[in-house]
Design a protein around this ligand. Structure first.
Ligand code: MG
Ligand code: ZN
Length: 214
């Protein structure tokens, strides 16, 4: 049995929409400062999300509309989902983004039935408030990360991870087969953790076939 975890922003989507929304609807100075804080490890990913979205005051419907206009799905994703379903494997979309913005994109793609674990947001008119899926610090990285969900949901099955960013690091390190791009790829390379680079989900399907998982 195989369980696959796929990040949403910058992995299923071509670009990181969470970042784009924080820039377009938030405060550009706070965004830049918070981004530096993350790079210099002064802030956790939760701090970053909390701070970046606190200045966002737009109604949810407006941001969902903007998201649907800008969200492009990475080529091959639909074929990847079909291939995983044919094999009878379990696929979990595991995101640090907000359910309220992810579901409309998946629905548009005819993929509303995908299993989704993510944060949520309360689009309060005085500033958006993030509801975190899990606030328990991870014993490995010290932050509330994706590792605990990966291990709990996989429950001893073989783990495949597909991701691109900071939020994917610890979960990827706990996985058996990793597909990585952008920041996640450089991070894993530096740490000497094996991974397969990918541009689209056709690469991922081919990599899974090559790995001969059962
Ligand atoms: Mg990402
Ligand atoms: Zn961790």
């Amino acid at each position: 049995m195989v369980t696959l975890f796929v990040d949403f922003d910058g992995t299923i989507t071509e670009h990181d929409l969470l970042d784009a929304i924080a820039q377009a609807f938030g405060d550009s100075e706070i965004y830049a400062e918070v981004d530096r804080g993350l790079d210099e490890s002064r802030l956790t990913l939760h701090d970053v999300l909390r701070l970046e979205f606190a200045p966002v005051r737009a109604p949810l419907a407006e941001v969902v509309g903007w998201t649907l206009e800008h969200a492009a799905i990475r080529p091959g994703f639909r074929e990847f989902v079909s291939s995983v379903r044919e094999r009878g494997w379990r696929l979990v979309v595991l995101s640090s983004g907000f359910r309220e913005l992810i579901v409309p994109v998946l629905e548009r793609e005819g993929l509303a039935g995908l299993e989704l674990l993510s944060n949520t947001v309360n689009p309060h008119p005085a500033g958006w408030r993030v509801g975190f899926r899990d606030e328990t610090p991870c014993p490995v990285c010290g932050e509330p990360c994706k590792r605990a969900a990966v291990l709990a949901e996989a429950n001893g099955s073989t783990i495949v991870y597909v991701g691109d960013g900071v939020s994917d690091r610890c979960g990827a390190e706990a996985s058996d087969l990793v597909f990585a791009r952008r920041g996640l790829a450089s991070y894993l390379e530096e740490k000497g953790v094996p991974f397969t680079p990918f541009r689209d989900f056709f690469d991922v399907v081919a990599g899974i076939e090559r790995a001969g998982l059962a």
